[in-house]
Design a protein around this ligand. Structure first.
Ligand code: F3S
Length: 62
């Protein structure tokens, strides 16, 4: 699984960080960044949930 965040879309709502803090964190600028290069199996459902719930649809999972 590959997860990316569209920096132009992210508005720093933080839903992703709340749902899956192992993968997403807010930077000092207040936008989300992916913390790990590979998403292990146990976190994939949480990552998909974050992608669905991001108000800006900034998260892409492939
Ligand atoms: Fe940004 Fe969406 Fe997360 S707006 S902080 S990627 S919930």
């Amino acid at each position: 699984m590959i997860v990316t965040i569209d920096e132009d879309r992210c508005r720093g709502h933080g839903v992703c960080c709340s749902l899956c803090p192992e993968v997403f964190a807010l930077t000092d600028d207040g936008y989300a960044a992916v913390q790990v290069p590979q998403i292990r199996a146990g976190l994939q459902e949480a990552v998909r949930s974050a992608a669905l719930r991001c108000p800006e649809r900034a998260i892409t999972v492939s």
